[in-house]
Design a protein around this ligand. Structure first.
Ligand SMILES: NC(=O)c1ccc[n+]([C@@H]2O[C@H](COP(=O)([O-])OP(=O)(O)OC[C@H]3O[C@@H](n4cnc5c(N)ncnc54)[C@H](OP(=O)(O)O)[C@@H]3O)[C@@H](O)[C@H]2O)c1
Length: 286
């Protein structure tokens, strides 16, 4: 009798341990499956220009968190670019920093040669590097004009041209960071607004030109976003900030994490039938 009782206890004990192990392995498999299924950009390669800080750094991190290998481009802030890379790799992602002034053809050629060396191809190009220098008409000079057009427009075109050689036959996604200034038309921003108007226009042109190669081209047009750049320009505080807070339907200026998820969306298959669009992310400002 005692023997029978002991056998039952033993059987129940082993049964419950096996059941526990089974649950453990099922949860483990579910975790692995979920992790691989929820990453939208697994196996993709992204180049983000101007990713040492601000909007570019946030986009680079967001793309990496969805599984993309990221080339973090910068012009002079090596520390900032290294910090972006360290944050990505610290979370198990893949990234390399590559210096290059994307207003210069030679640097662009080198940027994409380094990209090819690191990852072999490109699926996603984020044309983010840009400068904003506001000035009234009386202060506009050739230098003021060329500095902004050479980076914001020419650099974007030459980078896209260079990336074309590395896009696979399956296509890809180009995301241009334009600006809400193209609809807000703020005074004292003639040259900067003209550069971003050009970006909106060439987004539409290139979408038509590259559609047959299954390369989608879209733009994100942010409103006033708090970044290192807007902080040092004095935009993220003072009159400009107050104007935004009192005029924008959502009553605040933006943060970089208001922008990055839309870049992930435009980079991923979720937006596979969207091209040639400009997406305003400005808290409703028009
Ligand atoms: N922040 C806003 O409110 C706002 C609103 C609308 C649109 N945008 C657009 O969003 C983009 C990013 O703005 P942000 O505010 O994030 O700027 P940011 O904080 O000033 O950062 C600019 C980034 O671009 C890089 N960069 C500058 N010149 C470069 C060059 N010649 N070659 C390569 N990289 C260069 C910088 O690298 P280094 O640090 O190495 O120089 C930095 O990583 C720009 O195109 C801007 O026009 C911004």
């Amino acid at each position: 009798m005692v023997q029978l009782y002991n056998n039952n206890v033993l059987t129940n004990y082993i049964g419950s341990r096996l059941f526990g192990l089974q649950i453990f392995f099922q949860l483990h498999n579910l975790f692995i499956l979920e992790n691989s299924m929820t990453k939208k950009l697994e196996g993709k390669v992204a180049v983000v220009t101007g990713a040492s800080k601000g909007i570019g750094a946030a986009i680079a991190k967001a793309l990496a968190s969805e599984g993309a290998s990221v080339v973090v481009n910068y012009a002079s802030s090596k520390n900032g670019a290294d910090a972006t890379v360290t944050e990505i790799t610290g979370k198990g992602g893949k990234a390399v920093a590559v210096q290059g002034d994307v207003s210069k053809q030679a640097d662009i050629t080198r940027l994409f040669a380094e990209t090819k060396k690191a990852y072999g191809h490109v699926d996603i190009l984020v044309n983010n590097a840009g400068i904003y220098d506001f000035a009234p008409l009386e202060q506009i000079t050739e230098e003021h004009f060329h500095k902004q057009f050479n980076l914001n427009v020419l650099g974007l075109l030459l980078s896209t041209k260079e990336a074309l050689t590395l896009f696979p036959a399956t296509g890809g996604s180009v995301i241009n960071i334009s600006s809400a200034v193209t609809t807000l038309l703020p005074p004292n921003s003639a040259v900067y607004t003209a550069t971003k108007g050009a970006v909106d226009a060439l987004t539409g042109v290139l979408a038509k030109e590259l559609g047959a190669r299954r390369i989608r081209v879209n733009a994100i047009n942010p409103g006033l976003i708090a970044t290192e750049g807007t902080n040092s320009a004095g935009f993220a505080e003072g009159d400009m900030k107050t104007w935004f807070e009192t005029t924008a339907p959502l009553g605040r200026i933006g943060q970089v994490d208001d922008i990055a998820p839309t870049a992930v969306y435009l980079a991923s298959e979720d937006s596979k039938y969207i091209t040639g669009e400009t997406i305003e992310i400005a808290g409703g400002m028009r």
